[in-house]
Design a binder for this molecule. Structure first.
Ligand code: TXA
Ligand code: MG
Length: 331
């Protein structure tokens, strides 16, 4: 495994490796992706092996621009063109019916394919130079915290990845919004930086937003991002509303627990027993450092991470979704 600052030379090297069926991690605006040639099933199999991800969990194919949509998808509805025009390049993945030639290794055996044009100069230069689609999940081990810096990818995957292109810290910090347009009604599959409201506005139509309670009961989970435990630190993490935070901390301290607190508005005083990570109060900047912060608190190897629950408003929906998946509901 090599980490290289992303420049013309390292991007050319990455293109060569992709053509050889090897794995290249690269930055996107959301999180780092673990890329392979999407038209090469053997290369795609390496992604699943490197991540330890079950093979029936589909991958997103990254493309250079929306004109490539028709290389991968068929029966493309107008809604897809409209979303592409509004949000690409950007943190939105669209699920469409796949073309026959798209390997089922990429789609986890489904007849649909996820497509996205990332908004990052390195990712776009790589895609243009490569010329094809790059299948890329987040470059972390299955169910672990997604990487937002090149170093995180190295920690997660080590020698399982051939080259890591270092393009600095990711600007958005949480994975793309996923919209399924393969059925009759547009459906939200994953919250992201682009909100459900923005999608509805662009489409001028209602978006089906699956009921969380039903998702939890359902054993037919289409997207691993929809599983209840995902993006999780190894340390037990608890999500706690602001008004209960002081009493929960008091209780844990009385139980002699060593705790790490991730707060955003409540002021908590650090002691030997309590470390404090003060997060930004704005959703956008909170998202940027969410995964790096969780990773850092996990490294402290304390008994418990306590996360102050952010507001339940639309701009926080992706963050709340990831925090719910990173934590256990109660003790
Ligand atoms: O922001 C992102 O989307 C990042 C960067 C690297 O682009 N990628 C990412 O990939 O988050 P991954 O594999 O960690 O999550 C992709 C999600 C998964 O939950 C997967 O199941 C879902 O997309 N997905 C992909 N293709 C699908 C399909 N055909 N049907 C339903 N869900 C699909
Ligand atoms: Mg992921």
């Amino acid at each position: 495994m090599t980490i290289c600052i992303a420049d013309d030379a390292s991007i050319n090297q990455a293109v060569k490796l992709l053509h050889q069926g090897r794995l290249v991690a690269f930055p996107t605006e959301t999180v780092y992706g673990l890329g392979a040639d999407a038209s090469n099933p053997e290369a795609v199999a390496r992604i699943f092996a490197a991540k330890g991800r079950p093979e029936n969990h589909p991958l997103i194919v990254h493309i250079a621009d929306s004109t490539c949509l028709s290389n991968w998808a068929e029966n493309i509805p107008n809604a897809a063109q409209r979303l592409a025009e509004h949000f690409w390049p950007g943190p939105l993945a669209i699920i469409l019916n796949k073309k026959d030639h798209v390997p089922i290794a990429v789609t986890g055996g489904q007849n649909t394919v996820g497509l996205r044009v990332p908004n990052h100069p390195v990712a776009l230069q790589l895609l243009r130079a490569f010329g094809g689609g790059i299948a890329a999940p987040s470059a972390n081990r299955f169910c672990r915290i997604s990487p937002t810096q090149a170093q995180h990818v190295a920690e997660e995957l080590g020698d399982a990845v051939d080259l890591i292109l270092d393009g600095g810290a990711c600007e958005v910090g949480v994975e793309s919004t996923i919209i399924d347009l393969s059925g009759t009604t547009p459906r939200l599959l994953r919250h992201g930086h682009i909100t459900a409201e923005q999608i509805q506005q662009a489409l001028q139509t209602e978006l089906l937003i699956p009921d969380k309670a039903k998702q939890i009961q359902s054993d037919e989970i289409r997207a691993p991002g929809m599983m209840t435990v995902h993006y999780a630190p190894l340390t037990t993490a608890l999500l706690c509303p602001s008004d209960c935070l002081p009493s929960l901390i008091k209780q844990l301290v009385s139980e002699n627990k060593r705790i790490a607190v991730m707060s955003y508005q409540t002021v908590i005083t650090a002691t030997g027993q309590i470390s404090v990570m003060k997060m930004p109060e704005m959703a956008e900047t909170y998202a940027q450092c969410l995964y790096a912060s969780l990773r850092e608190l996990d490294h402290q190897q304390r008994d418990v991470i306590v996360v102050e629950q952010p507001p339940a408003t639309a701009e926080w929906s992706a963050i709340n979704d990831r925090l719910e998946k990173a934590t256990v509901p109660d003790r």
